[in-house]
Design a protein around this ligand. Structure first.
Ligand code: ZN
Length: 44
């Protein structure tokens, strides 16, 4: 699930599964669909 969050006067979209932040909601949504949260190599 993607969560909208405010940080440094900017809106970010966070992948609730792995905690990754995106500045574009579409990017976060696309990531979230592929994120299983169990593969740390994806974050790096
Ligand atoms: Zn993720």
């Amino acid at each position: 699930m993607v969560v909208q969050t405010e940080r440094d006067d900017a809106t970010w979209y966070e992948c609730e599964t792995c905690g990754l932040l995106f500045d574009e909601k579409s990017d976060a949504t696309a990531h979230e669909k592929r994120c299983d949260g169990a593969d740390p190599s994806y974050i790096q």
